[in-house]
Ligand binder design. Structure first.
Ligand code: COA
Length: 373
């Protein structure tokens, strides 16, 4: 059995930023327009009037202060309320592949490796912009990697499930290295017209390079153990899919975008995640006092505060459980990897840390890492 390791990481951050205040101004303009257009039906009790959003609510309920997006104009136009991307011909790089390549290149540079050192590309994300060919294979082609690639989707847990899949292949010897890449265009599946969730998501791409530890060119994080778990729930759901035409559901329907019952998610996912991490630590003989850092999924600050306290048995210091959601919002599978990429360089030889992602499915994945070098 070979020892797998994370030797490099990368984050591609879109330039456009939408602050909570900007978002709320656009949303409230949309609401005013909607209520005016539907004034007669609202008056007759046939249509429900929409309510304004508020920056204070968003910050206090989620901890999110801004989000990066690929297209800002469409989202902030009260007559559009979703991103607008120029369609690309089939012989041009797709948007997801383009973002993914940028994150992968950073991971390779950090590890001191090139495409020639990589055997596999695994594109693990909560949406893929087409059915096939796999985005992973396009990224493989754009980077000039031999070997193979495939796409996988476990929603917000895609990155940790992808790391487990790649780590297991390295352990067994079927591959020596893999890029696990998470291009997340969350702005395209978010319902920006829904006050309950319009603030939740942002866009980003992350990547990690996994290699056999004995092939690392510099310091690395040994992957000591991984654990994945799922339990079916409809509380986070998106009904968009290839049967849409066959179901005669081509109209603009609410259930074709991200939907969630946020309160239930909170109540059900928190105990699931806390127990998952606790059991993983017991089985791997990792004590709370051994953990130098927690890189958690970035959906909600209160959720992370709760999990951090449960895992460490005390309130974590900010540097022990770094949050990035104030700057990026929820970026689905990429969130815990942004936290890892931005807050891991200061770890010292022998330090232990844990990545944990969780979300739709329900799904939860944890990765125990130890810094070497
Ligand atoms: N602006 C102002 N008020 C708002 C609002 C907005 N944008 N959105 C909702 N409200 C109101 C609600 O109408 C409700 O009013 P009421 O008490 O009069 O009924 C009140 O604020 C509380 O709403 P609620 O939806 O219960 O808020 P919450 O505290 O649960 O926070 C989330 C909402 C989404 C931030 C929170 O539930 C959450 O983060 N859940 C888990 C998310 C998660 O992990 N998802 C995984 C996705 S990958």
């Amino acid at each position: 059995m070979h020892q797998p390791a994370i030797t490099g990481s990368g984050v591609f951050t879109p330039e456009n930023i939408i602050t909570n205040d900007e978002l709320v101004v656009a949303f409230n303009a949309y609401v005013d327009r909607y209520n005016t257009e539907n004034a007669v039906q609202i008056e007759a009790g046939e249509v429900e009037a929409k309510a304004h959003s508020s920056s204070d609510f968003i910050t206090s309920a989620s901890g999110i202060e801004q989000r990066h997006v690929i297209d800002k104009d469409g989202i902030l136009d009260p007559g559009t309320m979703h991103p607008l991307f120029t369609p690309r011909p089939d012989d041009a790089p797709s948007l997801m592949a383009e973002m993914g390549v940028k994150a992968c290149q950073q991971a390779l540079d950090m590890a001191g490796k090139t495409a020639a050192d990589v055997d596999t590309v695994l594109c693990a994300a909560s949406n893929h912009e087409r059915a096939y060919p796999a985005i992973a294979i396009e990224i493989q082609e754009l980077l000039g990697i031999q070997g193979f690639g495939f796409d996988m989707n476990v929603a917000c847990s895609s990155a940790t499930f992808g790391i487990q899949a790649a780590a297991d292949m390295i352990k067994s010897g079927s591959i020596n290295s893999a890029l696990v890449v998470n291009p997340e265009i969350c702005s395209a599946h978010l319902e920006w017209r829904d006050r309950d969730c319009h603030f939740i998501f942002g866009d980003v791409a992350t990547a990690v390079l996994l290699e056999r530890a004995d092939q690392a060119a510099g310091p690395y994080f040994a992957i000591k153990s991984t654990r994945c778990a799922t339990a079916f729930s409809n509380n986070i759901r998106n009904n968009n899919g290839f049967l849409r035409r066959s179901h005669a559901q081509m109209e603009d329907r609410r259930d074709m975008q991200f939907m969630q019952n946020g309160r239930k998610v909170f109540k059900e996912v928190l105990p699931m995640v806390s127990k998952h991490i606790a059991d993983h630590m017991v089985d791997e003989n990792v004590q709370a006092s051994d953990l130098k850092r927690l890189w958690l999924h970035q959906a909600n600050k209160t959720m992370n505060d709760f999990i951090g306290k449960k895992v460490l048995g005390r309130t974590p210091e900010p540097h022990e459980q770094p949050n990035i959601l104030q700057d990026y919002a929820n970026t689905s599978s990429a969130g815990s990897i942004i936290a890892f990429a931005k807050y891991s360089n200061d770890m010292e030889d022998g330090d232990t840390g844990l990545i944990c992602s969780f979300g739709a499915g329900y799904s939860v994945g944890s990765v125990i890492l130890q810094r070497v070098g």
